[in-house]
Design a protein around this ligand. Structure first.
Ligand code: ADP
Ligand code: MG
Length: 356
């Protein structure tokens, strides 16, 4: 049975960067304002993420890594109100099947931190002869998750990976994208033993400041910005700066959506298009959106230029396909064609306007 679960886990956690994406989302869901990541050997030896979020209650630790354990749904009707993709409680369970997983956590209410180790979905002793139950330890408010020896027991998964520097680059890519989308949160990412982080952002900066910091001054200077939203609420609506789905009315209309896009016609650091795509604050991929954007740029750009696009789309969570596995890269949603077309048109107009 463990073998089958391992294979299933490998379908969800493909590589160190996909494990890290899940862990970052958990930290963000926990309300963290500081997320510190440490990596060894491309994340295969060690992937550690320390946050200052709400922490996990001690009584929740025994079932934390069981499949379908989630604190994010309390009733079935919540399913229709989901704002997160990470709702199935599978990430930590999956990680526990394919690595040595350790959690150290402290809530504000706790007087000390608690440490728990997991294997194959359950608590496991930290060392031979010890008991499996959580042990008190020193620690700050928040959660530190340590993933060691990822895929040690799934050699096929391991052999499908690139070298550790390629895996590390993918990790940096994920961290960079989340850092730009969450400029109020401080992110650092470094290799163990390295004196300076490879990604480091302060808390309470702006999106533009984060882009400037991570992609460079030149790119940030050239950025254009458009906001597009469903016609129901009118074009004149002020773009939301927080990007939240705020009012109830929005949620009640199945067709309500809005998109904020920052983009440039040339990304001086990249050879191909850089696309940061967030839907309801989750980093996702959509080959349809990508193709549509490439088409826009093909018409406008000189050959060889490589655009940068940061697109944050808010749609009614009920219209995102929740049947698609939460960690499937490709995302689908209602009225995809219309929404994509409106976004592509807006970008096109802005690019044309700029070149005149
Ligand atoms: P999901 O995110 O889908 O709920 P996960 O397996 O990713 O499932 O996490 C399981 C549960 O563990 C979460 O619902 C949450 O209660 C808790 N959790 C995980 N990581 C953190 C964290 N960094 N801070 C606080 N709680 C966390
Ligand atoms: Mg999660």
């Amino acid at each position: 049975e463990a073998v089958i679960n391992r294979i299933a886990a490998g379908e969800i956690i493909h590589r160190p960067a996909s494990a890290l994406k899940e862990l970052i989302e958990n930290s963000l869901d926990a309300g963290s304002t500081s997320i510190k990541i440490t990596v060894k050997d491309g994340g295969l030896k060690l992937l550690q993420i320390q946050d200052n979020g709400c922490g996990i209650r001690k009584e929740d630790l025994p079932i934390l890594a069981e499949r379908f354990t989630t604190s994010k749904l309390s009733t079935f009707s919540d399913l229709s109100r989901l704002t997160t993709y990470g709702f199935r409680g599978e990430a930590l369970a999956s990680i526990s099947y394919v690595s040595n997983l350790t959690v150290v956590t402290k809530t504000k209410a706790d007087t000390c931190a608690w440490k728990a180790c997991y294997a194959d979905g359950s608590l496991t002793p930290a060392k031979a002869g010890a008991t499996a139950d959580p042990k008190p330890c020193a620690g700050n408010d928040g959660t530190t998750i340590t993933v060691e020896n990822l895929f040690y027991n799934t050699p096929t998964r391991l052999s499908a990976l690139r070298g550790s520097s390629e895996e590390y680059n993918r990790i940096l890519d994920v961290v960079t994208k989340y850092a730009i989308h969450n400029p109020h949160v401080s992110f650092t990412c470094k290799k163990t033993g390295s004196p300076s982080p490879d990604v480091s952002t302060p808390s309470s900066s702006t999106t533009l400041q984060a882009i400037r910091l991570l992609y460079g001054q030149t790119l940030a200077k050239e950025l254009l910005q458009v906001s597009v939203s469903s016609s129901a609420k009118g074009k004149g609506r002020a773009p939301s700066t927080t990007g939240d789905i705020s009012d109830e009315e929005d949620l009640d209309s199945n067709e309500s959506w809005s998109a904020e896009v920052q983009f440039t016609n040339a990304n001086y650091q990249a050879k191909k298009m850089t696309l940061l795509l967030f839907i309801n604050h989750r980093l996702v991929e959509s080959s349809r959106i990508k193709k549509a954007l490439e088409a826009v740029y093909n018409g406008v750009l000189a050959k060889g230029a490589s655009p940068f696009i940061y697109l944050s789309l808010q749609i009614d969570p009920r219209s995102v396909d929740v049947n698609v596995h939460p960690t499937k890269k490709e995302v689908h949603f209602l009225n995809e064609d219309v929404i994509i077309e409106r976004i592509a048109d807006a970008i096109h107009e802005a690019l044309i306007g700029q070149s005149q």
